[in-house]
Write a protein that binds this ligand. Structure first.
Ligand code: CP
Ligand code: NVA
Length: 322
């Protein structure tokens, strides 16, 4: 595939996204096939926000490929305060072979990628969550056989998870419906990109304030928390606005009889989803969570397998001192 970074689903062609998903399926089916592929290589993981799945799946994923990970919380590096992004990139590139970063502004991830000579992976920003979307569509492929033509309904906040779900659906030919309260729609540039890419792939992207319209005859009903990390001060106001968008049994019944319930997790049970739905036979949320591991192993393998532990610039350093 030859890509250097994994920052956004939009940076890839539909063929490249399908290739990565095929690789993830192959790796999930043959977990012992690549156990030495990244031996001796280290992934730095920068977390400015908390995480369960992203941290564990990257940590376990790189270990299963023979490498190591390094957890860097904001308490250690205090990104942008103790040190600027440029200096962090220039230090890390000399010691690790890839950087995964979870942060606030999407521009920080782009800046890190611009300055670091090693691959950078977006582990969630306020704008997008591409690794999550790869696991989501891997799950749909496993359970529905094909993504093309599926009606995928995202109900709730037009947030980072919603954006990446839209981008990947557009790449793979799904029909995306997004139901949000007024003022909480996905970003216009994200919608425009999904619509334009959809013209090439047969995908459509439709926004509506009507949760029932989005849910009707859907193959997938997807929701996420009403208050994302970083918006905590808005939680009370959001609680009121989003109440009509709760995914409960009454709404879920509008979907196809074999519809799947999906959620990136963590879930706030009783808010965006009821226990009855998330614990039902339609719910695939833990398969989705496991698929973070497999999807990211494919991404790590693709970005890191041909990187040398000693980069050319460092070989020059060594030679000039010998
Ligand atoms: N879905 C997800 O990214 O989970 P974490 O925030 O726990 O990593
Ligand atoms: N939209 C959520 C996703 C968490 C994985 C957030 O940004 O907090």
């Amino acid at each position: 595939m030859g890509r250097h970074n994994f920052l956004s689903i939009r940076d890839f062609s539909p063929e490249e996204i399908s290739y990565l998903l095929d690789l993830a399926r192959e790796m999930k089916g043959h977990p012992w096939a690549h156990t030495r592929a990244l031996r001796g290589k280290t992934l730095a993981m920068i977390f400015e926000k908390p995480s369960l799945r992203t941290r564990v799946s990257f940590d376990v994923g790189i270990q299963q490929l023979g490498g190591f990970s390094l957890y860097l919380s904001n308490a250690e590096i205090s990104l942008g305060k103790r040190e600027c992004v440029y200096d962090i990139a220039k230090n890390l590139e000399r010691m690790v072979q890839a950087i995964m970063i979870r942060t606030y502004a999407h521009e920080i991830v782009e800046e890190m990628a611009e300055y670091a000579s090693v691959p950078v992976i977006n582990g969630l920003t306020d704008f997008s969550h591409p690794c999550q979307a790869m696991a989501d569509y891997l799950t749909m492929l496993e359970l529905k056989g094909n993504v093309k033509g599926l009606k995928v309904a995202f109900i709730g906040d037009g947030n980072n998870v919603c954006h990446s779900l839209m981008f990947t659906g557009a790449q793979l030919g799904a029909h995306i419906w997004v139901a949000t309260p007024a003022g909480y729609e996905p970003k216009a540039e994200a919608v425009q990109w999904a619509v334009e890419r959809g013209q090439k792939t047969g995908s459509t992207c439709t926004l509506t304030p009507d949760a029932v319209e989005a849910a009707s005859d859907a193959d997938i009903i997807y929701t996420d928390v009403w208050t994302s990390m970083g918006c905590e001060q808005e939680a009370e106001a959001r609680h009121k606005v989003f109440a009509p968008y709760q995914v409960n049994s009454q709404l879920f019944r509008r979907a196809k009889f074999d519809a799947l319930f999906m959620h990136c997790l963590p879930a706030h049970r009783g808010e965006e989803v009821t226990n009855e739905v998330i614990d039902s036979a339609h719910s695939v949320v833990y398969q989705q969570a496991e698929n973070r591991l497999h999807a990211q192993k494919a991404i790590l393998l693709e970005l890191m397998q041909y990187r040398e532990v000693l980069e050319p610039a460092r070989i020059a350093d060594v030679e000039s001192h010998s």
